[in-house]
Design a protein around this ligand. Structure first.
Ligand code: UGY
Ligand code: MN
Length: 247
């Protein structure tokens, strides 16, 4: 789709935003060097978390000191050494990592053109429940399940479904024509990256064509629905806040 004369598929609204790769503007983020970083979602938008895209050049690296924030990363391309506390693993395309609050985390020995999507969220502890441990794993090894019994919508849950976690990150893969079964309206927020394919996303009262590389913020109570279109399956990676009290 041409994006000439100021036209864009992107839109920023009260409870949702769509940002396409044509809209990216880089930010300098402390701790990230030798990389082009885009802060796609953060509290300035109305969100309670941050979503970043980091595209590394040769020799680039990132380090996140121990603090109140948790860091989840997904390698869209390339490879890097991921260090979380005392653990160190060489991660490749399709791998992901989770660094709990209070644990330093770094990416080094990064292959050129490594692209990483990061979700950052300040941790809300649950009294009496120990905080989660670090995770470095390959998403391809995580089994999927048909969402609400529909084999055309396959859901992989990348983090353990345990009360200690106040965030979830999942991968949804849809066959062409596969769709969310109904329009969801819920308190949880989402940050979403289209990994592949295309489709139409309903956000609040608008319907948007979306494709690989697009990023969506869905705020609390944003009505949401998706259908995959075209000849290829569509998939997206998404964040949600979970497991904490209503008040
Ligand atoms: O987990 C979810 O809320 C998911 N079904 N939402 C979405 O894909 N927009
Ligand atoms: Mn949802």
């Amino acid at each position: 789709m041409p994006e000439l004369f100021g036209h864009t598929r992107a839109h920023v609204a009260a409870r949702h935003a769509l940002i396409t790769p044509h809209n990216h503007v880089h930010s300098v983020v402390p701790g990230i060097t030798g990389a082009a970083t885009v802060i796609l979602i953060n509290p300035a938008m109305g969100a309670r978390f941050a979503q970043l895209l980091v595209t590394f050049q040769a020799g680039g690296q990132a380090s996140f000191p121990a603090g109140p924030g948790q860091v989840f990363g997904y390698l869209q391309s390339g490879a890097a050494t991921v260090k979380i506390g005392g653990q160190q693993v060489k991660a490749a395309t399709g791998w992901y990592f989770y660094a709990p609050a209070g644990t330093p985390c770094s990416l080094s020995e990064v292959a050129p053109d490594t692209r990483v999507t990061l979700f950052q969220k300040n941790y809300l502890p649950l009294p009496g429940v120990p905080a989660p441990a670090p995770i470095i794993a390959d998403a391809a090894k995580v089994p999927g399940t048909p969402f609400l019994g529909d084999p055309a919508a396959n859901l992989q849950t990348l983090l353990p479904d345990l009360p200690a976690f106040d965030l979830a990150v999942n991968i949804f893969a849809y066959q062409p024509g596969g769709h969310l079964p109904y329009t969801e309206i819920h308190v949880m927020e989402h940050g979403l990256l289209m990994l592949g394919g295309q489709g139409v996303y309903r956000l609040e009262d608008s319907w948007y064509p979306v494709e690989q590389g697009d990023v969506i913020w869905m705020g609390s109570y944003c009505p949401q629905w998706f259908v995959a279109m075209g000849k290829q399956p569509a998939s997206y990676l998404y964040y949600k806040d979970v497991n904490r009290a209503a008040l």
